[in-house]
Ligand binder design. Sequence first.
Ligand code: GLV
Ligand code: MN
Ligand code: MN
Length: 415
Amino acid sequence: MSMTDHDGSWNRPLWRSLLPIGRSEQTGGYRRFSFTPAGTECCDWFLAAARDRGLPTEVDRNGNLWAWWNPPGDAAADRSVITGSHLDSVPDGGAFDGPLGIVSAFLAIDSLVARGLAPVRPLGVVAFVEEEGARFGIACLGSRLLTGAVSADAARALTDADGVCLAEAMAQEGLTAAAIGADPRRLDQIGLFVELHIEQGSALASLGAAVGVATSIWPHGRWRIDFTGRADHAGTTRLADRRDPMLAYAATVLGARTAAAELAALATFGKVIAVPGASNAICAAVHAWLDARAPDEARLIALVGRVTAAAEQAAAEQGVQVSHRCESFSPLVDFDPALRDRVVAALQSRGVTAPALATGAGHDAGVLATVIPTAMLFVRNQTGVSHSPHEHAEPADCEAGVAALAAVLEEFACR
Ligand code: GLV
Ligand code: MN
Ligand code: MN
């Protein structure tokens, strides 16, 4: 069977079976939000993939899914090797961000089985819930709950855009939020986490390499900024009489762009809600979300300081109120260099040169790296486009990723 189907997409049945779930016919993008029917269909797909391979599964207290080859027993002498990623998406996300790591995990296991290899320690595949934070605002919620980086109470207080709280959302999909929270026993049992992910940039394409390994993740976070003005008639309110929050918001966007350019950082407003949202009315409020990222924390703090200062100045000029709060923060992650060297060497011994790269994208691996040895593999993305329906990895590169992940699992779980 060819790796590539007639439409140029990856022709692995496991990959193809996931493609229809949660895809918008209008945009071709994915809307796989946590604790929704599409999210649950993704979970069912995961459980079926595990079942087809005879791997027992469990849903942990936080809604993360686990499939085990050689499950850990109570007296497991040896810590487990875990691989996986996430199945949820941003609104109209691509097919690869998250799912590539999970499909590759199952296919890597298939290839070890086909070669007659077996793990000498527990080997698990995980699907973390709500990695994108698209529904409840906090990125990597499932892994943060697991490690205790987010408390159960803070998570239970989260609501989605429709005011549905996490407990209600979980209950709607047959889960309970009563037991969410840190799971130190589960974490203690893990010796290594390795996440394979599509690269969300084009560094590997420039370097001519199909796979790479992660060195670090830029510190980043999300800040909600609320501008409150005064609703009024678009056709009768003189410009001088307006208290228009949209103007303060617009000035803030431009200020963020200037500050990011000067600090060699990144600032994005990708989500904004105008309230009440009438085309013939000055809005009463604008709610906006700043995504800010920088190579180091000092620059990130400076960037956010400059954006919030711009917001305050613009709000004062327009006679509107402004407030802001951090919704999600991820400090700088430096992946363990000794572990990375072992991963690079394992690949090199199989003739694969995997360059090391830093990324500005967040991952569950970044959360786990704070508590357990963690590594990341990246798969080339020729255009670098991600968080978009146009995200794409070539089938040959997906296969190279599977082979690389299989090599890492062989090195760390089968010896
Ligand atoms: C996740 O993809 C993020 O970096 O926001
Ligand atoms: Mn993403
Ligand atoms: Mn991702």
